[in-house]
Ligand binder design. Structure first.
Ligand code: SF4
Length: 351
């Protein structure tokens, strides 16, 4: 049975082979990507016979919710079990709008692109066991739909960040069709400019994205400004090097004209000292960028520490004094283990 969310499902042709008008493909897609249809039978504006045929031919859901956690700040996290028993995580983050009402509120989802991750960042729970496999396009879309379904009727997802488990640029073939489906005005309708793809910095894949689709926001996880330290923290850096990562980021910026984001996980006494901040200022000099500083969340079983408040403030002060645009990512959902990979490992160790 085919997964209806996969891009190779030729729904108009399938409908026409059954004597159905092809416009019904749009109706079905609207039901699916609206995140509201639990089954084909719930698509009440389709003829009963067609609903039965669809049920016999396709599956809507290939995942099940293994765990659903909700933090006091409204962050919700799903641990999804895939058809082969593998598990992935995705998160819904709620941020209020600037006014007293909910106008301008963000409903951001953070989704996974792979089961596990091959990049091996030493501080990350997702990379501890290596990569198991790429997610399919349908599995990536299902995360969006599962999270959309957590919102009350009338509330829509507004932003996507591909920053969960996995290296997104290592699975571009399946990720890009999923992200283009998320833009469908009949479905989630999320504009490209509200979609951010994160990467440790794989130059050939960054160049491919720049050539094919430079309208996404690119977030490069940098974490250190010299090669020795970066290779210790992000081992894949050994075969790439910061010069190549920065050159590819610059080419993406030239193609997109969009401000680049650099992610910097601040690890206590490892990359949070003044010399690290000064080196980062030098590395990023003369670029239109934003640095997202993410104070580390402790991961059980890993020896890394959270930065002290004094070290964190000093690090930020040095960046700001040098005119670097800095944003400190609040640790939303910290109490539900919302850092990537943590819930999956916890569930595995509790299983
Ligand atoms: S931080 Fe991201 S890229 Fe690094 S191992 Fe974890 S999931 Fe992979």
């Amino acid at each position: 049975m085919q997964h209806i969310l996969e891009p190779d499902v030729a729904l108009p042709e399938w409908l026409s082979a059954r004597g159905q008008p092809t416009w019904r493909a749009r109706v079905i897609r609207r039901w699916l990507t609206g995140g509201r249809a639990e089954s084909f039978d719930a698509m009440t504006d389709l003829p009963k016979g067609l609903r039965l045929d669809l049920t016999a031919a396709f599956r809507i859901w290939t995942t099940s919710i293994a765990k659903h956690t909700r933090a006091e700040d409204g962050t919700e996290k799903l641990l999804l079990e895939l058809h082969d028993g593998q598990r992935i995580e995705c998160v819904l983050l709620r941020e209020q709008g600037p006014g007293a009402d909910d106008a301008g509120a963000r409903r951001t989802v953070c989704i996974s692109s792979q089961v596990g991750c091959a990049m091996g960042c030493v501080f990350c729970a997702s990379g501890l066991d290596g990569v198991v496999r790429n997610l399919t396009t349908g599995e990536i879309i299902e995360q969006l739909l599962r999270l959309q379904a957590l919102l009350p009727a009338g509330e829509r997802l507004s932003h996507i960040v591909v920053m969960g488990m996995g290296e997104p640029l290592a699975n571009l073939d399946r990720l890009l069709p999923a992200l283009s489906s998320a833009q469908d005005p009949d479905g989630l309708g999320i504009s490209q400019r509200r979609i951010t793809i994160s990467t440790v910095g794989l130059p050939p894949a960054i160049d491919r994205l720049a050539a094919e689709n430079p309208s996404y926001n690119l977030a490069v996880s940098i974490h250190a400004a010299d090669d020795d330290l970066r290779t210790r923290l992000v081992p894949v850096n050994k075969s790439i090097g910061l010069v190549e990562v920065m050159a590819a980021a610059d080419r993406y910026w030239e193609a997109s004209g969009r401000r680049l984001t650099f992610e910097y996980v601040l690890l206590g006494r490892l990359n949070d000292q003044p010399e690290h901040a000064h080196a980062l200022v030098q590395l990023l000099a003369r670029r239109a960028i934003l640095v997202n500083v993410i104070p580390y969340n402790r991961v059980a079983g890993l020896p890394y520490e959270e930065p002290t408040q004094a070290d964190r403030e000093r690090f930020l002060d040095i960046l700001r004094a040098a005119g670097v645009n800095v944003h400190v990512r609040r640790r939303k959902g910290a109490r539900i283990d919302a850092a990537c990979g943590q819930l999956r490992r916890l569930a595995a160790s509790n299983a």
